[in-house]
Design a protein around this ligand. Structure first.
Ligand code: SF4
Length: 307
């Protein structure tokens, strides 16, 4: 089916999250939330697990035009189940009209999505809960000072994985949340990027035609956590896709399609070199072994995709 959303000109004009929040300037996650909420429109309720985005609404102020529900990190999908059930009961009892039904959105960071809240998400997907899930993946626990999460990339420096004589930053690989979610066979899973808004809007539109879990993992550059300037966020997000580090893809009922493919990928070090969290790979001396290993990991992924 043809999409109404291809370019920046197609972004809905109506704001659902109005300006004036306490988030950092240039926050990639905030941009994604703004566009995502525009796509869902006024009839949405956001279930927000504790994290950076819970700073959006601080009583008595909120930038959300629609309802917003704050919940602990582990429990957002469980709260979404309760909200969905309550809406269904109200519709059954004709207390609200079916056309006034709300879309239920779970909003979490990668710490909740990949670690603390994974069990509740697994249960919700297993039960076929009709909801959207947006994980803004800034690859660390940003709002508490950027400790490592289960989504932090290999060799990245965080508060809890500083480079030392024994290790070049994190010694663990980033969890593959896309594959973990896909293994549950939900109707829709996708990765998105703030540098590819057309691709993102098209995916939200497509998911909106489906009932059941609709899950999104969003690359979310974080200026203070990654050590980047606020005005470089979109450029770095674009580099992540152009180097192949952040594949843009979707899985419909488990079947995977890559939605953006750069046949000629840029070297991974162009992406790494833009961020302070990888600076130890380049200064005071270049760490050829780690840089080559990260390039190899990316090449292995794409060789398998393009085979
Ligand atoms: S710490 Fe990072 S993720 Fe959190 S609000 Fe700031 S830029 Fe956004």
């Amino acid at each position: 089916m043809a999409s109404r959303y291809g370019t920046l000109r197609d972004i809905p004009l109506e704001e659902e999250v109005v300006p004036g929040t306490m988030l950092c300037a240039g926050c990639g996650g905030a941009l994604l939330v703004r566009i995502f909420e525009k796509m869902l429109g006024p009839g949405a309720i956001t279930i927000n697990a504790a994290g950076c985005m819970s700073l959006l609404s601080v009583f008595p102020y909120t930038p959300f035009k629609s309802s917003w529900f704050y919940i602990a990190m582990a429990s957002a999908p469980a709260a979404a189940q309760g909200v969905r059930d309550a809406l269904d009961i109200l519709i059954d009892r004709k207390r609200i009209e079916r056309e006034d039904d709300l879309k239920v959105l779970v909003l979490t960071g990668d710490g909740a999505a990949s670690g603390i809240g994974l069990q509740a998400t697994s249960g919700a997907i297993h039960r076929g809960l009709d909801f959207y899930y947006l994980a803004y993946d800034n690859e660390g626990y940003s709002n508490t000072g950027f400790q490592a999460s289960e989504s932090s990339p290999f060799a990245s420096s965080t508060k809890t994985t500083p480079p030392t004589d024994l290790a070049e930053g994190s010694i663990l690989q980033k969890k593959d949340l896309f594959e973990i979610w896909r293994a549950h066979k939900p109707p829709y899973v996708a990765t998105i990027s703030p540098a590819y808004i057309g691709d993102m809007m098209h995916k939200i539109e497509k998911a909106g035609r489906m009932s059941g879990p609709k899950l999104f993992i969003a690359h979310s550059p974080c200026p203070p956590g990654w050590g980047i300037d606020s005005d470089k966020v979109i450029r770095i997000a674009r580099l992540a896709v152009e180097t192949g580090i952040w594949p843009l893809k979707e899985a419909i009922n488990g079947e995977v399609t890559h939605t953006i493919i750069h046949k000629k990928r840029r070297p991974v070090e162009e992406y790494l070199g833009t961020q302070e969290r990888f600076a130890h790979l380049f200064r005071p001396a270049r760490n050829e072994r780690i840089i080559r290993q990260m390039q190899q990991n990316t090449d292995d992924y794409w060789n398998a995709v393009l085979k």
